[in-house]
Write a protein that binds this ligand. Structure first.
Ligand code: PMV
Length: 340
């Protein structure tokens, strides 16, 4: 028996990869395992109402109709249909918004697909009377956007099969509780917005560039090794190793794009200036601040909570000038999706 009317509201965060997922096969399966910090401030908040009837949907952003989102949602519903057959009997009204500015160059696909998927699983649990299944929510999110499957839970999330880590390619895997050393449990991520424009290379195109890439095999093997090393560093609070692996992973992601065909440079001169400032500051002060990058020009600056003040000084004196309109976002490691 189907319920006539269902309604729910969830929020899900973005995440920032430390070991990067770059390259995929089959149905959004990763070519190598990855690990990310779940974020806290950068989130998508999604309300969904489902009415029994012919399948279809309306999508709005903060109350305003948003037809440009429709193709993505349609593709998402098509992909999850086999796994959630009940959706065929419902019409959905979806309203969504992000806590971070739409044109910030921060991809909202991870947080939005995660938020949508928890809403779907909330409905499924109401319909079936079973408990909310976060693993399946992660599975559905992955079908929407690969890295979205790491946004359901905190604080550091592994995705992809890997010898020593309890991960899966189908959905997220979180290691045994308390595996993060305290220093990482409230680690800071300040996102310096160098370029707020649309992505130059969509991640779909980016992943494809790894097919037949001259360095693909070595890169995928390296990701496994880096994950093993980083996992240990996260457990032990080994900041030196954390910095070495995290920065190398960011540069490797960009190196893969510079050495693919066609090739791309996604950093901007200001991205490099920021990296140089971070290195100079670290050398001068010994403060363990480092950077990572997405597939774009913005810089994520990662550092322990106790260094907030010193890093804020660096931002004010040196880094803010490299940001578009002086804009940056202060975020930190978070706990995952929540019902509103
Ligand atoms: O989830 P996608 O297909 O948008 O890919 C994300 C890829 C990176 O952000 C560059 C790396 C990652 O692991 O999140």
């Amino acid at each position: 028996t189907l319920i006539d009317h269902l309604s729910t509201k969830w929020q899900a965060p973005s995440n920032i990869a430390l070991v990067k997922y770059w390259g995929k096969y089959g149905m959004q399966l990763p070519a190598n395992p990855s690990i990310s910090f779940t974020l806290n401030a950068c989130r998508t908040i999604t309300t969904v109402t489902a009415m029994k009837g012919t399948h279809g949907f309306n999508i709005s952003y903060d109350g305003e109709p948003k037809p440009d989102f429709a193709p993505k949602i349609e593709a998402y519903f098509k992909r999850i249909a086999d796994y959630c057959p009940w959706i065929a009997n419902y019409h959905f009204d979806i309203d969504t918004h992000n806590t971070f500015p739409h044109s910030s160059g921060i991809a909202s696909s991870a947080s939005s697909m995660a938020a949508m998927s928890v809403c779907m699983m909330d409905f499924e649990s109401t319909i079936t009377g079973q408990e909310m299944d976060f693993h399946k929510a992660s599975f559905l999110a992955r079908l929407g956007s690969g890295s979205a499957c790491r946004s359901l839970k905190g604080s550091a999330v592994v995705w992809g099969t890997h010898d020593e880590v309890d991960g899966s390619s189908q959905y997220f895997g979180i290691d045994k509780s308390n595996y993060l050393h305290p220093v990482f449990q409230d680690f800071q991520d300040t996102i310096l917005l160098v370029d707020k424009g649309e992505k130059v290379v969509s991640s779909t195109v980016g992943h494809e560039l790894m097919n037949g890439h001259a360095f693909a095999k070595a890169r995928f093997e390296q990701a496994h090794e880096n994950l093993s090393t980083l996992k240990k560093a996260l457990q032990e609070g080994d900041l030196d190793t954390f910095i070495k692996i995290t920065e190398s992973e960011a540069l490797t992601l960009h190196a893969m794009m510079m050495t693919s065909h066609p090739y791309f440079i996604l950093m901007k001169p200001k991205t490099l200036s920021i990296i140089e400032e971070i290195w100079a500051f670290r050398k001068e002060t010994g403060i363990p601040v480092c950077f990572t990058l997405d597939a774009g020009a913005n810089v994520h600056m990662l550092y322990p909570h106790e260094n907030n003040e010193a890093v804020q000084g660096l931002i004010n004196s040196k880094l803010a000038q490299y940001c578009q309109n002086g804009h940056y976002i202060c975020d930190q490691v978070g706990t995952g999706a929540k019902k509103c």
